[in-house]
Design a protein. Structure first.
Length: 258
């Protein structure tokens, strides 16, 4: 009888943990499904704010295409100022997490493939790393539901995400992320990024939420703050079009270098 009671006590301890992990995964799967569009085009203005408060502005256009396998392709091209005009980044999401990314600098006239180990580096002097610009791959992370908190008046699930494999952990610049998911719209409204030593590194806030189609919501303002460096990058969406009919051949290395 004592052995049976000990076994049951162990199950009572383990079951909530397993349930939380599954609940976190289900929430992130639902978030991705509800906010998926076939294609999207956004014109965005970047404000890069230094530690001293100096501001630099850049403008770029971002295109996205979702394939029938639910894998995304993303093309980003800078429009101004002149010193970055024509610079582009192409991302092809892969189911195994080994996403393909190519950076094009007009001065080199050829795209450069971003190595897996380089995806933790900053993109074009912003507070976003290359991996921050990739789609959220729910298959490559372990998600744990950690309760509820309020963010900007919104009741949110709090979900902790860690790499699911040693390889993903080695390639990532983060030991973990915390994600705040609005319970009403299943929209991510905040993320915290923790470095390899577990220290808080960056805080991302998604603001001015707008409904763009059906269950699909977007943020018209995103702020990424590096709390360790004292810098931040603010993204302001100036225009957006969804489901306009973008084609797969637009998301190629040839288009990247055009």
């Amino acid at each position: 009888m004592n052995a049976w009671l000990a076994l049951m006590a162990g199950l009572l301890v383990l079951t909530p943990v397993a349930a939380d992990a599954q609940s976190g995964l289900e929430l992130m799967q639902k978030q991705r499904a509800l906010h998926r569009v076939r294609d999207e085009e956004e014109r965005q203005r970047l404000r890069l704010v230094s530690k001293s408060g100096a501001v630099k502005e850049r403008v770029f256009v971002r295109w996205l295409l979702s394939g029938p396998n639910d894998l995304e392709k993303i093309l980003v091209r800078f429009a101004s100022p002149r010193d970055v005009e024509g610079t582009g980044l192409l991302t092809w999401e892969a189911r195994d997490g080994n996403d393909d990314q190519w950076l094009y600098l007009p001065a080199t006239r050829k795209p450069k493939r971003i190595a897996a180990s380089g995806k933790k580096n900053r993109f074009m002097g912003t507070d976003f790393s290359y991996e921050d610009l990739r789609p959220e791959s729910v298959a490559l992370h372990r998600y744990t539901l950690g309760g509820s908190e309020t963010v900007d008046g919104l009741d949110c699930f709090v979900i902790e995400a860690v790499p699911a494999t040693e390889r993903q952990g080695a390639d990532s610049g983060y030991s973990k992320r915390r994600i705040w998911l609005d319970k009403g719209r299943y929209m991510v409204v905040k993320r915290e990024y923790h470095d390899k030593q577990g220290r808080l590194q960056k805080i991302e806030m998604l603001k001015r939420l707008v409904n763009v189609a059906g269950t699909v919501w977007r943020a018209d303002e995103i702020e990424m703050q590096d709390v360790q460096n004292g810098t931040k990058t603010v993204v302001l969406v100036e225009s957006r079009t969804v489901n306009r009919g973008l084609k797969d051949d637009f998301f190629t290395e040839a288009e990247l270098t055009r």
